[in-house]
Write a protein that binds this ligand. Structure first.
Ligand code: ADP
Ligand code: ADP
Length: 227
């Protein structure tokens, strides 16, 4: 995974909303960094800046492994993204959803199916390959969304409240699977949540956000067990 540098990145939306004050942040290669904070504090905005779905206000810069990506759109950054709402194609099969990003990148059909199939096995949903998305449960959909994000072998995976739409038991189960997966792949991951338990369980480091800024950055221990 790539190391990420966020330098003086703020965001003011077109309607004048100041969603993020200029922030600095270093993400280490291979770590899972959690952005934690209440609704409206700017977590998603910061994630979207790193993804390339939004551009920062003037002066803000984002670097992957030291190379500037500030002006690059999401397709050029080699990031995978997972959303709370899955954002899958409902009428397409599971395997076609997972292979979609590979098709966009011009991979041949046989390679697409082999790679998508391997990632589905990794997510333990190989048996669902030919199902349509609208025939799946929420937990199965989120596994497909994760598989789709990983299939392109991204340098960075960005997860925006991926478990929030699921019920409590499933949330915990999938959380520990995601934890194991991110560690095994050693991919740089940024995980947005408002849930403290999730942040503690998943984060190598936690960024505590408040009112459009960063209040604190540290390991779970540093953030929660200060004397
Ligand atoms: P969080 O992810 O922590 O809930 P967001 O980054 O989504 O926070 O939002 C931060 C602030 O920016 C909020 O006040 C939100 O209403 C506002 N905001 C988010 N997206 C937009 C947008 N596209 N246009 C205007 N304001 C926005
Ligand atoms: P290869 O062509 O290198 O043999 P495969 O498609 O057979 O690649 O996948 C090799 C293994 O890597 C599989 O177990 C696959 O699930 C796993 N894998 C899939 N996506 C990723 C990823 N983003 N990073 C690392 N490993 C991945």
């Amino acid at each position: 995974g790539a190391a990420i540098t966020v330098s003086a990145c703020g965001k003011t939306y077109a309607d004048g909303t100041r969603a993020l004050h200029p922030v600095d942040l270093q993400v280490k290669a291979g770590e899972t960094l959690v952005l934690l904070g209440p609704s409206g504090c700017g977590k998603t905005t910061l994630l979207r800046l790193i993804a390339g779905l939004e551009t920062p206000d003037a002066g803000g810069r984002i670097l992957f492994d030291g190379a500037e990506v500030t002006a690059l759109p999401i397709e050029k950054r080699n990031v995978g993204m997972v959303f709370q709402s899955y954002a899958l194609f409902p009428n397409m099969s599971v395997i076609d959803n997972v292979a979609y990003g590979l098709r966009v990148r011009g991979a041949a059909k046989a390679e697409r199916r082999a790679r998508a199939g391997a990632v589905l096995e990794m997510m333990r949903i190989g048996q669902l390959a030919e199902r349509r998305i609208d025939q799946l449960s929420g937990g199965q959909r989120q596994r497909v969304a994760l598989a789709r994000a990983l299939a392109v072998r991204p340098r960075v995976i960005l997860l925006d409240e991926p478990l929030t739409a699921l019920d409590a038991a499933l949330r915990e189960h999938l959380r520990s699977e995601i934890d194991a997966l991110l560690k095994r792949l050693a991919i740089t991951a940024i995980y947005v949540t408002h849930d403290q338990a999730e942040a503690l369980a998943l984060g190598d480091r936690i960024v505590v956000m408040k009112n459009g800024g960063i209040a604190q950055v540290g390991t779970p221990r540093e953030v929660y067990f200060q004397p």
